[in-house]
Design a protein around this ligand. Structure first.
Ligand code: TYD
Ligand code: MG
Length: 439
């Protein structure tokens, strides 16, 4: 009887099964099993046991010596800040982001700025398109950049093996394929096998590799979750395509910190580093308007001033709306509940809309107080005191809780000239903040 050539592969945990099931028997996620071809090694050997040879071993000192000169600066300050030491040779980086956010632009700029030989695999665009972008972004002749017109992983691996002192960029993992897997490019098993071959080759030859990855509409990296485990560093480029700011963060970093954020602005000349993001975020702000609250949040290790706007209006609906942009709706509902309970704010029959200006996505719990004060200010039609700023996490009991880097934010707020600061050190509960009409 011939052996079955199909297996079922879990997109969430990467385990393989002989039969399909609605729920993954290993990680218990629902609807994550997809049909796939078995992992290539088993197919090549026909499932037979192969004999290996002892692996190369190093003493700690030898391993350290072989690491010398192992990091390359990207030449882009904000990029280096996020990576920590720069690009590590043999390191595999996954850069993920929404379509059109600027992944290819950032990597083109990287190729332009580093002096090393760069092999740019144009599997998504053709070499002429990438070359046009290079010409647009740089007047140099960029002889170090080699554009490869291929989508075949086996050819890319050959290129990596033959060019040791170089950087390889693959744009993107969803559009390359290995001949050892019969499925179409972008399928989970194809991504797994292609990534596995590429990573293996890059590590073997100590070549740094940057792989572009797409994200799904829920914001997760497309393809098997395993991909994130396989690479050394996962970078995320985010922002709102309608706005200029782009944030580069590390979700996972084997070589450096994960708490740094690189801030860029999309311009006609590519991504520009931003030294003062607060100025861009507050551009065009109407001062002393009810519903507007300046808040300080931490972006990596840097304090950032943002504006949170709220609009509270009578609702025509039996269940009033809670609509949020830039924060999660659950968080907005929680804050509305805290305000109803502890301030007796009459918003039960009101629609509440909240927006973070500049297209930022704010996850920092320190923005809770800003969201709450913006809602109170709109509901009471009272602007917040002139020249005021706030930060602090809200507890369910109405208390204002301390947040990480509070001292740093306090110092920054004073340095920026804010005369009134609402924070855990000035107020302990949301009740104790009184908004009074300004004459
Ligand atoms: P791109 O890097 O192609 O996005 P991704 O690879 O993440 O899909 O960039 C897409 C957008 O960036 C595109 O809409 C045009 C814009 N852009 C600029 O505004 N300025 C530039 O200099 C470049 C190269 C692109
Ligand atoms: Mg692209």
């Amino acid at each position: 009887m011939s052996k079955s050539t199909t297996i079922f592969f879990c997109n969430s945990c990467g385990n393989e099964f002989a039969k399909w099931a609605g729920q993954c028997p290993a990680c218990h996620e629902w609807n994550t099993l997809v049909e796939a071809t078995p992992f290539l090694n088993t197919r090549v050997t026909g499932g037979k046991k192969t004999t290996g040879k002892p692996a190369e071993t190093f003493s700690v000192n030898d391993a350290l010596t072989s690491q010398k000169g192992f990091t390359l600066s990207t030449g882009i300050t904000e990029f280096d800040r996020v990576l920590g030491p720069g690009i590590t040779r043999g390191g595999v980086y996954l850069l993920a982001g929404q379509p059109g956010i600027g992944k290819s632009t950032l990597l083109t700029q990287l190729a332009i700025s580093i002096p090393e030989e760069v092999y740019y695999i144009c599997s998504e665009e053709n070499p002429a398109q990438v070359a046009t972008r290079i010409k647009r972004l740089s007047k140099k002749d960029n002889k170090n950049i080699h554009l490869l017109n291929t989508s075949v992983v086996d050819n890319i691996c050959e290129t990596i093996a033959k060019n040791h002192d170089s950087l390889v960029i693959i744009d993107s993992i969803q559009s390359v394929y290995t001949n050892q897997n019969a499925t179409t490019p972008g399928s989970p098993s194809q991504i797994r096998d292609s990534a596995s071959l590429l990573i293996q080759t890059a590590k073997e030859h100590s070549v740094p590799l940057i792989i572009v990855g797409h994200v799904t509409k829920d914001g997760d990296i497309a393809g098997p979750k395993m991909l994130e485990h396989m690479v050394d560093t996962v970078l995320e480029l985010s922002g709102d395509r309608q706005h200029l700011l782009r944030l580069l963060r590390t979700i996972k970093n084997r070589f450096g910190p994960t708490d740094e954020t690189g801030i860029f602005r999309m311009t006609g000349n590519g991504l520009e580093e931003v030294k003062d993001p607060g100025a861009i975020l507050l551009e065009g702000r109407i001062k002393n308007a009810p519903g507007s609250c300046l808040t300080m949040i931490m972006e990596g290790t840097r304090p950032l001033t943002i504006e949170i706007q709220a609009l509270v209006v009578s609702s025509p609906l039996p269940i009033p709306r809670r609509i949020a942009k830039g924060i999660s709706t659950n968080r907005l509902q929680l804050i509305c509940a805290i305000l109803t309970k502890h301030l007796h704010l009459p918003i039960a029959e009101k629609d509440v809309f909240v927006n973070v200006t500049g297209g930022l996505d704010v996850k920092d719990p320190g923005a809770d107080l800003g969201i709450a004060l913006a809602i109170v200010s709109s509901a009471k039609e009272l602007p917040l005191p002139e020249n005021s700023i706030c930060f602090g996490e809200l507890g369910l009991l109405g208390e204002i809780r301390k947040v990480g880097f509070g001292d740093k934010m306090e110092k920054e707020a004073k340095a920026l000239g804010y005369s009134k600061i609402f924070s855990p050190s000035t107020h302990t509960t949301i009740n104790s903040i009184k908004l009074v009409p300004t004459k």
